[in-house]
Design a protein around this ligand. Structure first.
Ligand SMILES: Cc1cc2nc3c(=O)[nH]c(=O)nc-3n(C[C@H](O)[C@H](O)[C@H](O)COP(=O)(O)O)c2cc1C
Length: 179
C-alpha cells in the first residue's frame, strides 16, 4: 500500500473533481490518498513524512496559473523535490489530444519555466468548459479564445473534456512513482 497526497488549486471545482477521482481510484485499489486545496495546505500545514508520492494539480486561468500556485511551490520546493512528485495541468486547450502531449502544451511548459520546483513527472488533463457558471467577462474572454482555437462558443455550453479513464491510469502511474 502506498500513500499519496494530491494537492490542487481549483477555481471552479473541476480540478478538485479530478483530484477526487484520483483519490477514489487509489482508495478502491488498496492505497491511501489524501487531497488538499493548496490554501488549506497552507493554513493547516502538511505532514510530508506520511506520503510516498505527491501530486500537485492546477487549472489554467488566462494562460497561466493562480499566483498562489507559484508561491506554494516556491515555499515547498525542498519537500516537493525530496520525493517522487508529479505536476498536472488542467486546461481546455487540451481538448485536442495533440495538446495533451506535455511538449506541445504551452501551459505545461509555462509552469516548468516559471515554477521554482521543476517536476520530474508531468501530465496534461483536459478540463471543462462551463460558460453558464462563468462571469460574463470570463465567458466573453474564453469565447474569444475558443473562436481563435476553433472551440465551442455557445454561451449555454457545458462540456466536460476530461478522459476519466485516463485519470485512473494517471492515479496508477502516481503509485508506480513510489520507490
Ligand atoms: C477565467 C478563466 C480563464 C481560463 N483561461 C484558460 C486558458 O487561457 N486556456 C485554457 O486552455 N483554458 C482556460 N480556462 C479553462 C479552465 O482551465 C478549465 O475550465 C478548467 O477545467 C477549470 O478548472 P477549475 O474548475 O478547477 O477551476 C479558463 C477558465 C476560466 C474560468
Amino acid at each position: 500500500m502506498k500513500s499519496v497526497l494530491v494537492l490542487y488549486y481549483s477555481r471552479g471545482g473541476h480540478t478538485a473533481r479530478i483530484s477526487r477521482a484520483v483519490a477514489e481510484h487509489l482508495a478502491a485499489t488498496g492505497h491511501q490518498c489524501d487531497m488538499m486545496h493548496i490554501n488549506e495546505a497552507k493554513a493547516e500545514g502538511i505532514d510530508w513524512a506520511k506520503y510516498d508520492v505527491i501530486a500537485l494539480g492546477a487549472c489554467v486561468l488566462y494562460g497561466s496559473y493562480h499566483k498562489s500556485v507559484f508561491e506554494f511551490v516556491a515555499e515547498h520546493q525542498a519537500q516537493l523535490s525530496a520525493k517522487p512528485a508529479s505536476f498536472f495541468s488542467v486546461n481546455v486547450v487540451a481538448r485536442n489530444p495533440e495538446k495533451r502531449i506535455p511538449e506541445n502544451n504551452k501551459y505545461l511548459q509555462k509552469f516548468i519555466e516559471l515554477s521554482a520546483w521543476k517536476p520530474n513527472d508531468v501530465k496534461v488533463i483536459a478540463g471543462k468548459v462551463d460558460y453558464p457558471s462563468w462571469r460574463w467577462y470570463d465567458r466573453m474572454m474564453i469565447q474569444l479564445i475558443m473562436k481563435i482555437t476553433d472551440g465551442p462558443t455557445d454561451p449555454k455550453a457545458v462540456i466536460d473534456y476530461t478522459d476519466w479513464e485516463d485519470v485512473k491510469v494517471y492515479a496508477e502511474h502516481l503509485v508506480s512513482l513510489a520507490k
